[in-house]
Design a protein around this ligand. Sequence first.
Ligand code: KG4
Ligand code: ZN
Length: 341
Amino acid sequence: MRILGIESSCDETGLALYDTERGLLAHALHSQVALHAEYGGVVPELASRDHIRRLTPLLRHVLAQSAVGLREIDVVAYTRGPGLAGALLVGAAFAQGLAVALRKPTLPVHHLEGHLLSPLIAPDPPEFPFVALLVSGGHTQLLAVRGVGQYELLGETLDDAAGEAFDKTAKLLGLEYPGGPALSRLAEAGRSGVFALPRPMLRSGDFQFSFAGLKTAVRTLVRDHPEERPDFRADVARAFQDAVVAVLAGKSLAALRHTGMQRLVVAGGVGANAALRHCLDAECPRHGCRVYYPPLEFCTDNGAMIAFAAAMRLLAGQSPSTAGSFSVRPRWPFAELMTED
Ligand code: KG4
Ligand code: ZN
C-alpha cells in the first residue's frame, strides 16, 4: 500500500510517499522561514498562500523521486489538525481534491501523532511500549505509548510549550525568528553556571511542566543588565537552555521510573536540540534505558511523519475515509486519540 502524506499545519509544506512494504520512498519539504523572518513570526495568511504555491511542485517532486505514478497512490493522508486553520484547509482541500480525482480514499492525521510516531521511521526503531517526550512549538507532553492509538497522557505543560519558551526567550535576546535553533547555537558559546535560573517544577513530583516563569526570569536578567559585556547574551542563553534541558530530562527519567518502561522516545522540534540529546544520551543508559529520536530531518514538521502515521493506522486496522467531504480541526485535542486499557 502506497500512502501520500501531506503536512501543511504551520510554516512548512511537506509531502512524502510511504510504502507499507518498502518503507519511505520519497519526501520533500519547503520551509517558509525566509518568508516569515521579516515579521518575526508566522503570518497565517502568508503561510496559507505559500502552501497553495508549493503543493503541486512538491507532489511532482516526490513522484519523480520515487518513480511512482499518481495512480499508484492508494491513500491520501493529510494533517487535519491542530494548526493554523487556513494552512490546514489548503493541505486538506488539496488532499481531498486529489483523492476525488484519483478515486482513492483519504486518511486525516493528527499532527502530534505524526510527531509521536516519527522516531519509528528510523532504521533501528524502538519497540512498544515506550515513554514519549513530545516537545514542539505548541506542545510539551509526556506520554506512555503502548501501541498505535494507545496513548496515556502522564503530564503536560501548564503554560508555554518548550519550543515556545525557546522562541520567546530568543526574541528577548534579540535573536531572529525562528528562535529555537538560534538560541541553541548562541548557548553553545555561553558558559554554564554564570547565571542561575530556576528549574521550574523539577521537584513537583508529577509530570507537569511550566516554562512561562523561566522566560520572565530571562526578561528580568536582560532588564537588569542593559549595558552588558559582549558574551552576556550567550551566558544567558546557556543558563536558559541548561534549565530547560534539566527539567525535560529530569521529568523524562522520572516517567521511565514511574512506568517501569525502558525506552524513551523524543519527538517534536525541540528534539533537534543538541544539548537535550547530549544529556539524554548520557543519562538514559545510566538508568538502564535507551533513548530514540527521529532522524534529524523529521524532528521538525514534515510530510514523512504524516504518511508514516497514516500507514501505522491503516496497518492497525483503521479504515480510510471516502474522499469528498472533510473538516479541519485547528484545535484538535490530542486527548481525543487516547485510549485507556
Ligand atoms: O515540531 P515543530 O517543527 O512544530 C510544531 O509542531 O510546533 O517544532 C518547532 C519548535 C519551534 O518552537 C522551534 O524553535 C523549536 O521547535 N526548535 C528548537 C530547535 N529546533 C527547533 N528548539 C531548540 N533547539 C533546537 N535546535
Ligand atoms: Zn509540529
